[in-house]
Design a protein around this ligand. Structure first.
Ligand code: SF4
Length: 326
């Protein structure tokens, strides 16, 4: 056995030991592990549920575990804690934030509301609990169009904070939305040129694009102009991508979102091929959650995420509206 193979074997054994200990502690503490689609493969593999923000909120709502180990970013753990106030929601690393949620504070939203006092506020789930508390509705990329369509047509709408998702919803619904110039560094970094270059490399692949991506508006423009056939690309939430890849007859897909979702796509579709649109489309915040962090969470019961009142109750109104339109 070469030195490298020996090292690899030691690493594998140590990962397995950690996983065994996580399972033992999980049982002892009556805990459940929820993992976002953007978590590293080892975490997705040991999780009780893997999904997008909406799926994780629903999983949190229906679990009967006492403890939720939330493997995602902070605003998602806040949402789980608001939905399940009687459970202990733990995030393994408090630094796991979100560059998109950070683009809009509650004070900034209050100022915007003064500017558009009649507007209904729809906030994407990627916001802090304080921003949700200032909102009328929450939405995810799965149900953003449905939420906007549920608002009477004569009402003004303030859509925050993702401008690319907002522009996409605007084009699908035909509603004029007031947008906030927020973006996620991972998705905004996916540009029209990435679509063009991957189209050349994989001419027969279908393109599955997340609506937060920086290439969506220009893609829709080119479809509108007839430069790109509509059938060449589909715009989906991460869960929408999972469902579409399963039922599509295509064998090859180019994926435009955070690359770790490809682990689950391959696992659930072993006969199909998936290519990331960009090799470096990774979220550094999601990667702050590690097996060591999960072990520490389970051993020490840290770090608890709890949203104080009255913010929690106010945010819950917007979250409940989102869940009812899911
Ligand atoms: S991928 Fe973007 S939106 Fe998602 S958690 Fe990371 S920074 Fe936030």
């Amino acid at each position: 056995m070469s030195q490298d193979s020996v090292q690899e074997k030691i690493n594998e054994d140590s990962v397995q030991e950690k996983i065994n200990e996580i399972f033992r502690l999980k049982k002892e503490k009556n805990a459940v592990i929820l993992s976002h689609n953007y978590q590293i493969p080892h975490i997705q593999d040991i999780a009780d549920f893997v999904g997008d923000s909406l799926g994780l909120s629903r999983a949190a709502a229906r679990t009967d575990a006492d403890v939720i180990i939330f493997c995602g970013v902070h605003f998602m753990a806040e949402t789980a804690s608001i939905i399940c106030p009687n459970k202990k929601v733990l995030i393994p690393d408090l630094r796991a934030g979100c560059s998109l949620a950070d683009t809009l504070t509650a004070d900034q939203l209050r100022e915007l509301k003064q500017k558009y006092p009649e507007a209904v506020v729809v906030s994407y789930i990627n916001t802090t609990a304080e921003v949700k508390a200032e909102s009328d509705y929450c939405c995810t990329s799965t149900n953003a169009v449905k939420v906007v369509n549920a608002i009477p047509p004569d009402k003004e709408i303030l859509f925050v904070p993702d401008m690319f998702l907002g522009a996409y919803v605007q084009s699908v619904t035909g509603r004029k939305l007031h947008l906030w110039p927020g973006e996620c560094h991972v998705h905004a970094g996916i540009k029209p040129k990435d679509v063009v270059s991957m189209k050349e490399k994989h001419p027969s692949a279908e393109f599955l694009i997340h609506p937060e991506c920086g290439c969506v508006s220009s893609f829709l423009y080119h479809v509108g102009e007839g430069d790109i056939p509509e059938s060449d690309a589909k715009i989906f939430s991460t869960e929408g991508m999972m469902n579409y890849a399963k039922q599509s007859e295509s064998k090859q897909f180019v994926i435009a979102t955070e690359n770790e979702i490809i682990h689950r796509l391959k696992k659930e579709n072993p006969t199909k091929e998936f290519f990331p649109i960009k090799e470096d489309a990774f979220c550094k915040y999601m990667k702050m959650i590690t097996l060591d962090g999960i072990l520490n969470s389970l051993r020490e019961m840290v770090y608890e995420v709890r949203v104080p009142e009255p913010v929690a109750s106010k945010a819950k109104v917007a979250i409940d509206r989102m869940m009812s339109l899911a």
